[in-house]
Design a protein around this ligand. Sequence first.
Ligand SMILES: *Cc1c(COP(=O)(O)O)cnc(C)c1O
Length: 359
Amino acid sequence: MTTHKRYTGLIEFYRDRLPVSANTRIISLGEGNTPLIQLQNIPRLIGKDVDIYVKFEGLNPTGSFKDRGMTMAVTKAVEAGSQAIICASTGNTSASAAAYAVRAGIKAFVLIPEGKIALGKLAQTLMYDAKIIQINGNFDRGMALVKEVAGLAPVTIVNSINPFRIEGQKTAAFEIVDELGFAPDYHCLPVGNAGNITAYWKGYDEYATDRVCGNRPVMCGYQAAGAAPFALRKMIDNPETVATAIRIGHPQSWDLAWNVQKQSGGWFDKFTDGQILAAQKMLSQYEGVFCEPASATSLAGALHDISAGKIPEGSKIVCTLTGNGIKDPEIAMLQCSAAKPVTIDASLDAVKRAILDGL
Ligand SMILES: *Cc1c(COP(=O)(O)O)cnc(C)c1O
């Protein structure tokens, strides 16, 4: 006899390890349970004996890992009686907050830096009907304003300084261990505010402490060269990168992330926009996985550290791909401007010739 069990989101699935009770009304869009895809062509291409898996978080309901944190943060905000949530955002947090607020029937206010959020993220946030507050300042300024205004108005902050965000996001590490039967040797992530690297470590650490797995990974946090406060060991004031999701100079989880680095024996490093975009293209071109620019920073870093020998051959590596490539169509079109489709005559002959030319 077959039993049918509908997947209803990560809170239901991992409720024993999350701060909810039997009476909690769960606000979910079925987030989590994302694919862990083993790369097949790239390891061969680089000629290294490594197992690289990508955790494709771009397949969450609003297209980024932020949904893992948001289901918890909004669930707890509603449980506490909150009628409105607020966040500063480089795009994905605002899309996620807006969607979960709709689901819960509460209001979402989002502060975004004018002109610096990817087109798809803006379109989503508009569609979900959030109250968009656009500022002529960057994410860091927006975050400072959100913290100030939350003290004066009845709104719950749902940025990653909200501890429930971290609780939700730690489930990605659970999923990886549940699938592999072990934790990877190395876990590579793009780092912005550093909430996610903190969350993954918390998840791995909980599982290892409870003997669900026997090991903990080395955590590798990678940044964009123009927005690399961890790699430079100091906050920076005017972060700049094509990877807008990690265009952050004053990370909110500064101390927490340094603890992760120390406890896991990991490191931070930085990569140029060129290296990040090359990794994004490579994933699409060789593996059929289209992530957004910021996400590809994890692979850019892993490939660099593998070739430098910092990550030795024989290693099992997981790279988190934090968001979906279709969120940022403008960057994708720029990257592929040399391969723009040419128009031909709508005749059988012309189409046949195009196919024969393309084989
Ligand atoms: C939010 C985000 C990040 C950065 O995550 P932090 O927790 O702020 O370090 C990276 N990539 C994408 C696509 C994001 O949306």
